[in-house]
Design a protein. Structure first.
Length: 93
């Protein structure tokens, strides 16, 4: 299932006070970049972040999910619980 542009715009709105956030559409999904570096993506209307040290430190109990079959695991990001952590994760990526 492809991700919706509405969900993309919701996520971008949450990050609107951060400069240098960009995205690229790819096969019905969206890759999220910070300062030109991949920090995660939107897959099936789920924001998944790369399991880097800062993401793991901010969300130690988070379960890992596959964005698609055959991919590396990613950490799901839930805005209602971790909104401020997301900015920290992105800035430290």
């Amino acid at each position: 299932m492809a991700s919706s542009k509405e969900y993309l715009h919701f996520i971008l709105g949450q990050l609107s006070d951060m400069e240098e956030i960009s995205y690229r559409a790819m096969m019905g999904e969206f890759i999220i970049y910070y300062r030109g570096k991949i920090v995660g993506g939107i897959y099936d209307d789920r924001l998944l972040v790369k399991p880097i040290k800062s993401a793991i430190a901010c969300m130690p109990a988070a379960s890992y999910e596959l964005p698609y079959e055959g991919a590396k695991e990613s950490v799901p990001q839930f805005w209602q619980e971790h909104y401020q952590s997301m900015k920290l994760i992105i800035r430290n990526s």
